[in-house]
Every structure is written in C-alpha cells, then in structure tokens.
Design a protein around this ligand. Structure first.
Ligand SMILES: Cc1cc2nc3c(=O)[nH]c(=O)nc-3n(C[C@H](O)[C@H](O)[C@H](O)COP(=O)(O)OP(=O)(O)OC[C@H]3O[C@@H](n4cnc5c(N)ncnc54)[C@H](O)[C@@H]3O)c2cc1C
Length: 462
C-alpha cells in the first residue's frame, strides 16, 4: 500500500474517537441539504442529491386546497406533486406542472385521547417534533433524517427501524386526497382498499393535502452507539431487535465490524456523552482505500473499529430518532423477508470485498413491522429487513449498484419507491401482491394519466 501524505493524514485523523464520526457521521451522511426555498424559487428543479433535475412548464406553490382544486381544473397536461425533493428515484421530474405543498403545513388538529394529530401535507417531519411535544404528543417513529414532508415521506413508504414499528404510512389514520379532476376525498380505514392504496401512493393518485397520524404521549429516548463484530450482531439480530425499541446496524465495508445503534425509552435526565465528531470528511477517508487492496483495507478498518468508543444520549424522542446528513449521496434500498436479511447482508459485504468495489460508505440494516398499505416494503404478514447501499453524489453509482441489485432480487427484495432501482411493471407486480389492484385504482382516479411521468409509466405499464 502506498503511504501517501493524504493517507497518513487520514489515518492519523482516524483516531478511536473519530472512527464513528468518520465512518458514519461524516462518511455516511451529514446534514440537511439543499434547502426548500431553493426548490420553491428556482427552476430547474433538482433533488437533494443533485442527481435528478427537470424544467417544469409551471411551478405552483399552493396556499390552500381551493387553489389546488382550481389549478387541477384549469390546467391540462402532466402534473406532479413534490415534497422536499429527498427521493433518489425519478418520481418527481416532469416537463409539465409541479405542485409544491410547502405552505400547507403545521398541526391542523389534534386529539389527546386518541393521541392523533392532523398535519398539513407539506409539513417537514422535523418541524413537527417541538409543536407536538408542546401538546403532549410524540411521533411513534422517524426515518434516518427528518427533512422530508409528511406527504412526500408517506408517498414512498418511508420508514425508520424497529421490529415493532411500522413505516410512517402505517401510522396514517386518515388523509385528504384531491384527485386529478379536483374531487376531494377524505379517506380512513372505513374506505378499505382505497385507503390501503393511498397510504403509499408515490404521488400517482392525486395530491394529498392533510394527513392524520397515530402518535403517542410525548416521551424520551436513550440512544447508544458502539461498534461490534458484524457476525456477532447478525447472528443475534432477531433477539436484539425484539429486546430494544429501535435497533439497527451500519455494517462497515472492508471490515468485520458494524456501527450498532440501539434506542430505548428512558426516564433518565436529558444529556449526552456523544464524543464530538472531529473534522474528518469523506475526502479524508477515501484515500485510505484508494491504493489499498481489500485485505489491507480490512486490516486498517478493523484496527480502527475495534477501539471505537461507546457514545450515549438521552433526549426527547424527536431529537434522537433522526440524524443530520450533510454529504449528499445516492442510495439503493430493498426490503427482504427478515429471515433472510442477514444472509443478504453477508453476500453484499462479500461481493464488495471479492470484487474490490471502491466504496467507503457503510450499508444500513433495519427491521420494519408487517403492515397493510399495499405498496409498503413491509406489506404482508412477516417483518422485513431493509438494506441500503450508498454512493457519494457526483460519483457514478451505476457500476456499484448494478453489481449489488441482483443480490437483492435473489432474496426476494422489494425496492424502496424513493430510492434507486431498475425494476419495471413485470417484476414489481410479482413482488407486491396488490400491485395490479393499485394500478386499477390509479386508472380509475386518473384515467388520463395526468399524474404520470416517464418513470411512473414504466412502473405501472401505462
Ligand atoms: C439523506 C436521506 C435520508 C433518508 N432516510 C430515509 C430513511 O431513513 N427511511 C426511508 O424509508 N427513506 C429515507 N429516505 C428517502 C426519503 O424519505 C423518501 O424518498 C421520501 O419520499 C422523500 O420525501 P420528500 O418530502 O422529499 O418527497 P419527494 O422526494 O419530493 O417526493 C416523493 C414522492 O412523494 C410525492 N408527493 C410529495 N408531496 C405529495 C403530496 N402532497 N401529495 C401526493 N404525493 C406527494 C411525490 O410526487 C413523489 O412521488 C432518505 C432520503 C435522504 C435524501
């Protein structure tokens, strides 16, 4: 291995303390990105990772449902709703009309007996934590970041981790959908199929303006992060996931170790012993791998991981469930039945090593409870494991993702709608048991296909 200045500097910087920071907080991801005002004010539109863009004919930042109904009736041609642009797959791009629901935000109603609250569809998840806490409620779970809108996140079945926790869509108890012809539909469980289709809708059924969600009494959590041998954790993952409210790992590539993240409810005082991240960025990390062969990378990464320190924090739930990710990247994520999840992770890690794929980002491995929204990655009766791979934005993700994607297929993987995948109608209709039923509902609500773009046409064979 060449010992360049950069390598020496990176190695020196990667002290025990900074290992978590470098491998996860800095290398993996890092902070809220391209802000919403940029999305709302400038054309062309771009997504968070910068990998997608479009030049819409019109962009409408609606401030009321009446305006939206009027817009849908007045305009013709393609129309796509957009949230905060955090999807990696081309769900949003259109040369037609783009509808922004940012102004439909905040807590519209709440009920502290049922512990539900109704949100404006364009509310950012992260903007709801504090006001919910003030009224004595907390969301049951959150994804890895909280900059998504409620409507955008649920449209793709966005999830966090937890054997006993649904995706956000699983916690929707009611929603208001404005169909492409301007009809207003208030949907809840009494609407049966339509409700199960609408809770993960990929923005193909109309524009959602309000969402009511099941919450719980406000609560505190304790988060613990440490590194451990991946094999030890995978061998006991079911038990660990059953024993902790939230449990997940970030398996490190070219390493026998994972970063482990465990979160449980806590009555301890708010505080933290998280070691401050040193300024180690992906740019520092990458030279470690540039000239090293896999065995050398493995030795280096193991030496660093073995000494990483434990960090802990206690805080209000909404402050600990999500993270800040500042380094844009692109991502592929599939769910597989939990019983084969560990084998799928093992095969991906081995493939990266055997093929000497030049990647430094860890994987991410989580569980989601079975649920009933038709297009949920965890639809059905059995828990699903979700597995993510990442590539720094600006790098061509295709060679890496093209090698790994068939491994997901081998294990019966279902793709995350908001993340990169290459599947079309034929494969998807075999993976999602109610896929054709969703398509039938889509066609009945949008017979002229106004809500479709090229990507959705491929998904729905339209
Ligand atoms: C850094 C990062 C971390 C992430 N972490 C996770 C994670 O932990 N778990 C996970 O599951 N996913 C995760 N994702 C993926 C992300 O949650 C989804 O892609 C989500 O859909 C993005 O929401 P958004 O508000 O940005 O919506 P957009 O990406 O703008 O849109 C997504 C879909 O929602 C539709 N939509 C938006 N608004 C409406 C509306 N009002 N009515 C109808 N349809 C609408 C759009 O048409 C589109 O189909 C992450 C993404 C990033 C960039």
């Amino acid at each position: 291995m060449k010992n360049s200045y950069l390598q020496r500097r990176a190695y020196k910087n990667l002290t025990r303390r900074s290992f978590l920071a470098s491998s996860l907080r800095a290398a993996l991801f890092g902070a809220y990105a391209i802000n919403s005002t940029a999305i709302a004010q400038s054309t062309p539109w771009r997504n968070w990772s910068g990998g997608l863009s479009c030049q819409p004919q019109g962009r409408y930042d609606i401030s009321s449902e009446d305006q939206l109904v009027e817009l849908l009736k007045r305009t013709t041609g393609p129309i796509r709703p957009v949230g905060s642009g955090h999807s990696f797959s081309p769900l949003v791009p259109t040369d037609g009309h783009l509808v922004v629901t940012d102004q439909l935000n905040g807590i519209l109603e709440y009920d502290n007996e049922s512990m539900e609250a109704t949100f404006g569809a364009g509310s950012r998840l992260g903007d709801l934590g504090a006001p919910l806490n003030e009224i004595g409620q907390g969301m049951l779970n959150l994804p890895d970041i909280d900059r998504q809108t409620v409507a955008g996140a649920t449209a793709t079945g966005t999830h966090g981790t937890g054997l006993n926790f649904n995706s956000l869509s699983g916690y929707i108890t009611a929603l208001r959908l404005i169909t492409p012809n301007g009809d207003i539909k208030d949907l809840d469980a009494s609407d049966g199929d339509l409700f199960d289709a609408a809770r993960v809708n990929v923005g193909a059924l109309g524009v959602v303006t309000q969402i009511r969600m099941q919450n719980r009494a406000a609560y505190k959590l304790k988060k613990r992060e440490w590194t451990a041998p991946t094999e030890d954790i995978l061998a006991n993952f079911d038990e660990l996931a059953a024993n902790h409210r939230h449990f997940e790992i970030f398996p490190l590539v070219y390493s026998d170790f994972s970063l482990v993240l465990q979160i449980d409810e806590s009555e301890e005082p708010i505080g933290q012993t998280i070691i401050p991240a040193e300024e180690v960025t992906l740019a520092d990390l990458r030279p470690l791998g540039v000239d090293a062969v896999p065995a050398e990378k493995l030795a280096m990464n193991n030496a660093l991981a073995i000494n990483a320190e434990v960090s802990e924090a206690v805080d209000l739930s909404y402050k600990l469930l999500s993270n800040i990710r500042s380094n844009p990247f692109n991502e592929m994520e599939y769910s597989v039945p939990a019983e084969v999840g560990a084998d799928c992770v093992r095969e991906i890690l081995k493939t990266i090593y055997d093929e000497a794929i030049d990647v430094a980002f860890p994987l991410e491995y989580r569980y989601v409870k079975p649920e009933s929204p038709w297009l949920s990655m965890a639809y059905g009766d059995e828990p699903h494991a979700t597995i993510s791979i990442h590539r720094t934005a600006g790098e061509d993700y295709r060679p890496y993702f093209d090698i790994i994607e068939p491994i997901f297929w081998k294990y019966g993987g279902r793709p995350h709608w908001g993340k990169i995948h290459s599947l079309g109608h034929t494969e998807l209709s075999q993976l999602y048991p109610r896929y054709e039923d969703f398509i039938a509902i889509r066609e009945s609500l949008d017979p002229n296909g106004r809500m479709l773009n090229d990507h959705l046409k491929k998904l729905f064979n339209a």
